[in-house]
Design a protein around this ligand. Structure first.
Ligand SMILES: Cc1cc2nc3c(=O)[nH]c(=O)nc-3n(C[C@H](O)[C@H](O)[C@H](O)COP(=O)(O)O)c2cc1C
Length: 150
């Protein structure tokens, strides 16, 4: 089964590390979700009400992604990794999901966080994965744990 791991990681590379470990464990290919405009440290300073992350969260608009996976149709299963932002998946992740055909794919999501739980992350992400056999989302502490979700 051909597996792809797509991940978004912004602050400390925590999610990227888990994604890379999971890719090694599964022999999967790895793809980084990259916003058209990369986040700077100031953009991610959620303590500042005017920081980009807070403005985007309030606006609830798509965060455009850069690049495209041309052979997405080749993958039978996809693992999606991201940090928890404001209790769920960052907007750039759902924006990414909108760009692809998920029908017939087995999909699971993993997240890292600063302490909050997974909350309603899966329920909120599900509408962006139409037609997928979506296994849900789980908070993970290692790549091995993420690899076990598919
Ligand atoms: C804009 C923003 C919002 C965040 N919101 C939450 C949150 O609601 N709950 C939480 O536990 N951590 C939150 N965090 C912390 C990240 O989930 C955590 O540091 C994550 O492991 C970072 O992964 P990364 O290094 O791959 O970006 C937030 C971080 C940022 C930048």
């Amino acid at each position: 089964m051909k597996t792809l791991i797509v991940y978004f990681s912004a602050e400390r590379g925590t999610t990227a590390r888990a994604a890379k470990e999971a890719a090694e464990a599964l022999g999967a290919e790895l793809y980084a979700i990259t916003p058209e405009k990369p986040y700077t440290a100031a953009d991610l300073n959620w303590r500042n009400p005017l920081a980009r992350c807070n403005r985007e969260f309030m606006a609830k608009k798509d965060v455009p992604v850069s690049g495209r996976i041309e052979n997405f149709a080749d993958y039978e299963s996809v693992l999606i990794g991201f940090p928890i932002w404001y209790g769920c998946a960052p907007l750039v992740v759902s924006s990414f999901c909108k760009g692809y055909d998920w029908s017939g794919k087995k999909v699971a999501a993993f997240a890292t966080s600063g302490g909050s739980g997974i909350g309603k992350t899966a329920e909120k992400l599900r509408p962006f994965l139409p037609g997928a056999d979506f296994k849900g989302a789980k908070l993970v502490y290692s790549g091995a744990e993420a690899a076990g979700l598919l």
